[in-house]
Design a protein around this ligand. Structure first.
Ligand SMILES: [Zn+2]
Length: 329
């Protein structure tokens, strides 16, 4: 079965089997349901089909990104959004395939926003503050660029043409380093920080649970099997989980402990009692006809919720305790 047909079949059966009411029928609150867009479902391996890790959440009037790996920002534009629309950025860990487009998000937001929008709120594990300083500080990687844009006459003219009022301020993301157990309260949502089992102690690795009025989503970041993820995701409508490789092919126990495989993920989803498991972060070796069908089938043997094979630009719309709609891939 071709990729698109396969995904469509899954999506259709998921939406139909869930028996979701159309959002229009659920009153004013559901008029603007929480929407998740998978911006990047790939790995560090180069791919034109799957970009680096990135997820977009539209909750109420807020636009939140979780992770922003290489190519995720391009997908953000393809999804119809702009850097200046994004208000919050969360990072699970600082592997480059999860944060390489951080610079692009901040700089394009700063440039196009022209002091008319607030600075980006950023949440992530240490050393995200240091990374931010090293990128955007006066002595940072982009320090000379930022100085030129603030001080050169041509750039000031451009800045004023966009509605800015000189002197131009530097980009200054509001960075908060977070740890498991922390809760970030938004206008109409809250994010709870959990712990992923990945490449500690070299990188602190987090997971996030987003609770919105119409549902809850846990993004496990990169993680192998973890009781912490089970606890964080408990009862969630959607669990987005790394499905890096085919069970049984891990080259070592350490690899298995750090990266998700499909049988382990099935158990995690089952133990957490989630309704839908969205698989992501696929190596090319499993992103193949027949293999993906086998993986989904085997997961469904032990996990009785819905299983979604994630694709870049796939949109999942929450409406009440179910996914009402999957589209856009
Ligand atoms: Zn990672």
């Amino acid at each position: 079965m071709r990729r698109r047909t396969f995904v469509q079949a899954l999506a259709t059966s998921a939406a139909a089997a869930l028996g979701a009411e159309s959002p229009e029928r659920q009153g004013p609150r559901a008029a603007k349901p929480t929407k998740i867009t998978l911006l990047g479902t790939g790995t560090p391996a180069p791919s034109l089909e799957r970009q680096g890790s990135g997820y977009l959440f539209e909750v109420g009037d807020d636009l939140i990104v979780m992770d922003h790996g290489p190519g995720a920002h391009h997908r953000l534009l393809e999804s119809g959004h702009r850097a200046i629309d994004v208000r919050h950025a969360f990072f699970t860990h600082l592997h480059y395939d999860h944060c390489m487009d951080y610079g692009r998000l901040v700089l394009q937001r700063w440039d196009q926003g022209a002091d008319r929008i607030p600075d980006l709120d950023v949440y992530g594990p240490p050393p995200i503050k240091r990374m931010t300083d090293l990128l955007f500080g006066a002595d940072g990687v982009y320090g000379p660029d930022i100085r030129a844009r603030i001080e050169h006459r041509s750039s000031i003219d451009q800045f004023e043409a966009r509605g800015g009022k000189a002197p131009r301020k530097r980009p200054a993301p509001n960075v908060r380093e977070v740890k498991p157990g922390d809760v970030i309260q938004g206008n109409d949502w809250k994010v709870t920080v959990g712990r992923a089992a990945h490449v500690q102690p070299y990188l602190e690795c987090l997971a996030f649970r987003l609770d919105a009025p119409d549902g809850s989503v846990c993004y496990a970041g990169d993680s192998g099997t973890s009781d912490d993820i089970v606890e964080l995701a408990s009862g969630c409508d959607v669990l987005i989980h790394m499905n890096h490789y085919f069970s049984g092919t891990a080259p070592s126990p350490a690899y298995r402990a750090a990266c998700g495989n499909h049988r382990d993920n099935a158990l995690t989803a089952k133990r957490a009692g989630v309704k839908t498991l969205v698989l992501t972060h696929f190596l090319g070796q499993i992103d193949q006809p027949r293999i993906r069908e086998q993986i989904v089938h085997e997961i469904q043997q032990s996990f009785d919720g819905k299983v979604v094979w994630g694709e870049d630009l796939m949109q999942l719309t929450l409406a009440g305790p179910v996914i009402a709609k999957i589209e856009g891939y």
